[in-house]
Design a protein around this ligand. Sequence first.
Ligand SMILES: Cc1cc2nc3c(=O)[nH]c(=O)nc-3n(C[C@H](O)[C@H](O)[C@H](O)COP(=O)(O)OP(=O)(O)OC[C@H]3O[C@@H](n4cnc5c(N)ncnc54)[C@H](O)[C@@H]3O)c2cc1C
Length: 408
Amino acid sequence: MAEFTMELNDEQKEVRDWLHGFAADVIRPAAAEWDEREETPWPVIQEAAKVGIYSLDFYAQQYFDSTGLGIPMAMEELFWGDAGIALSIVGTGLAAVGVLANGTEEQIGTWIPQMYGDVNDVKVAAFCSSEPDAGSDVASMRTRAVYDEAKDEWVLNGTKTWATNGGIANVHVVVAVVDAELGSKGHASFIIPPNTPGLSQGQKFKKHGIRASHTAEVVLENVRVPGSCLLGGKEKLDERLARARERAQQGGERVKNAAMATFEASRPAVGAMAVGTARAAYEVALDYAKTREQFGRPIIDNQGVAFQLADMRTSIDAARLLVWRASWMAINGKPFTAAEGSMSKLFASETAKKVTAQAVQILGGNGYTREYPVERMHRDAAIYTIFEGTSEIQRLVIARTLSGMPIR
Ligand SMILES: Cc1cc2nc3c(=O)[nH]c(=O)nc-3n(C[C@H](O)[C@H](O)[C@H](O)COP(=O)(O)OP(=O)(O)OC[C@H]3O[C@@H](n4cnc5c(N)ncnc54)[C@H](O)[C@@H]3O)c2cc1C
């Protein structure tokens, strides 16, 4: 187990500075343009691939950093640059984590490289769990996967929604119901390989923020995939379902489903994204408050403004510490006995929403225009309390974990 320290090591500092340079020189200058265009910033992803930021290697290196801080540090820096573009760069990672969490070694080796493509032909991947009638309530999922034993194929039908990179992805990871009687315990994840007939993009959403990130419906009509596309394999699924049936009969113990495992692992990472956006807005507001003069003195001379900045920075640092704690616990195999992953996501996302609103206020009229980046950051920040489990759902998870009661 790595020793506890509040400092990044030299290697981490080097990576952080390198990422910060990319975020400052490449991402931030492109942010306003891609926000207006509401399109996937392929040239920026390509640039990230060229320098090695958009790659399986980079992601794996951060993911397996023994301190646990590799991913949160990377997320904070990239999202400091711009949330929409950064999500286009790291969105593939959510699908990759789905495969890492549930796939066999062969599946990891086959599919993750295809999610990223290569430097000259970059690709993206999508993780598709949410449905029109199954957002927070994952158990209401309707997309079905039926096994065709004669052909050793799975047949998927249903409609997914809100999928980041949905429809434009090379590889889609789709969560589907394999045993409806088991609720969320009867779900399994499937790889849908490139160009599989029957998978199409539905509506592409026009959003409030993170507009450079593509979000769309994914329609599955008699999508047939080989048996080998079931993540983890059939034997493991059958065993898991048998255990779940046994437990259901005993009326008991909850077991994790595949989608929840993905979300649990990614919650602190989403918290780190929120810290990046919050820090970006705070920095703009601090600079502005020191240079903008009213009544013959900088506006920061007023406690009313200075104290807001003090509170903003305090909350951001507290959020980062919660994110780092959860990430450190996760890499060291410590169970989230007080839902520490959810705590970090809840606090960091609420902080980002609050801090970006304060930044808009500190910039006054300028803060309300697209001439200054805090307007975009404020719109972007609103996503953090919604995706990967809303703030209400995080509170539910925390309260249930703390109390052991089935709080509703
Ligand atoms: C930009 C964007 C990108 C996304 N990317 C992906 C993706 O890549 N893959 C994917 O699978 N999904 C993705 N999502 C979906 C996201 O995870 C869901 O939107 C989220 O889980 C909430 O589901 P919902 O929108 O259906 O809201 P609902 O579940 O309908 O919730 C509506 C409101 O009711 C509240 N609520 C619901 N149940 C309870 C309860 N029991 N107690 C208290 N309050 C409750 C919620 O907190 C919320 O405020 C994305 C969403 C967005 C907007």
